[in-house]
Design a protein around this ligand. Structure first.
Ligand SMILES: Cc1cc2nc3c(=O)[nH]c(=O)nc-3n(C[C@H](O)[C@H](O)[C@H](O)COP(=O)(O)O)c2cc1C
Length: 317
């Protein structure tokens, strides 16, 4: 049994990818209910953890029913990363994921996230130190490379493996691409062929069939779904049917979408209070209802909404 099977209890797990500002406790639960085999928190900064920044509290909150769940940490100081990973480990997470793919300038300028792909030796030291400090498997998520002139995912993966990572996730885009263009699945295949640890494929899974195709084309050991899950937790139930060789269920009806959106909002209010909970639902509502009749008008209206009842009112006929 490989480490992926041990963590997720599945031959080929389908994992909700970390997305800052999106994959909080509430959204993760909804994806889990629809069949996600694994979850990861939003990324959390080692420095922020060290300084006990209050924003880290909600990022680290999770429910027992979320297992198996990983926590994603980012930073560039090996000692601090190790120390903070050790602290996170005590919170009962099933694995620690290190972010080496974030493209955001604020992070990259600090030599964190995807900037580590330009410093493979330092990246290796971070992985080694984190592995030394924790008792759970350590995984690393990174990209194809920093830019087209520095496509080094294969060499980088080898260094990550040599330093003790249990598995890796490869997003088939460079840092320069951010989220644009088409993800390169060929690089995922090449990485998979060049390391012995399991490789999770990531990038451009928007439909259940994409998973079958990614598995076929790359030989990956599991997948992470990010943007395809926005406003669409049903993607997990569809993927799980596709993987089981069953008929893929019909897309949710408008009423099902509205019910999910309101359930999401109710949980959000419960966790974060009405003001913040409903404000956050503005973006989710736009995602849930995209493609629905009248969605443009709805998107405008939702930006004025402040309470749960006002949100619900938008869907009354
Ligand atoms: C809004 C947003 C936030 C993200 N936040 C994170 C993050 O915190 N950590 C991380 O490793 N990747 C993050 N990602 C990247 C995704 O996990 C994923 O690698 C990327 O979106 C490609 O997958 P996709 O094509 O399925 O969206 C984020 C992506 C988006 C769109």
């Amino acid at each position: 049994m490989n480490i992926i099977q041990r963590i997720f209890g599945k031959e080929f797990p389908v994992i909700l990818a970390p997305m800052a500002g999106i994959t909080d406790e509430v959204f993760r639960l909804l994806c889990k209910q629809q069949g996600a085999d694994g979850l990861v928190t939003e990324m959390v900064s080692a420095k922020a953890l060290y300084y006990k920044n209050k924003n880290t509290g909600p990022i680290l909150a999770y429910q027992e029913s979320e297992h198996p769940i990983g926590v994603q940490i980012f930073g560039s100081d090996p000692e601090l990363m190790g120390q903070m990973a050790g602290v996170l480990c005590q919170r009962g997470f099933d694995f620690i994921d290190i972010n080496m793919g974030c493209p955001v300038p604020k992070i990259v300028n600090n030599k964190e996230g995807s900037a580590l792909m330009l410093q493979p030796e330092l990246a290796g030291r971070i992985v080694r130190e984190v592995c030394r400090c924790v008792s759970v498997p350590v995984t690393v998520k990174f990209r194809k490379g920093f830019d087209e002139e520095h496509v080094n995912a294969v060499e980088f993966a080898r260094i990550i493996e040599e330093n003790g990572a249990a598995a890796i996730t490869v997003h088939g885009r460079t840092r320069s691409q951010y989220y644009s263009g088409k993800a390169d699945w060929e690089i995922i295949r090449r990485v998979r062929e060049n390391v012995s640890i399991p490789v999770i494929g990531n990038g451009d899974i928007f439909h259940a069939q994409d998973v079958l195709r990614m598995r076929e084309e790359t030989g990956c050991h599991g997948v992470m779904v990010a943007r395809g899950a926005k406003g669409n937790p049903w993607i997990f139930r569809e993927i799980s049917c596709a993987l089981a060789g069953k008929e893929i269920p019909a897309r949710p009806s408008d009423q099902e979408v509205i019910d999910m959106l309101l359930a999401h909002a109710a949980l959000n209010v419960e966790k974060k209070g009405e003001k913040m909970g409903i404000r956050e639902m503005r973006k989710h509502t736009a995602w849930y209802t995209s493609g629905m009749r009248g969605s443009a008008k709805l998107r405008k209206a939702v930006n004025q909404v402040e309470t749960f009842d006002q949100l619900k009112g938008l869907f009354m006929r």
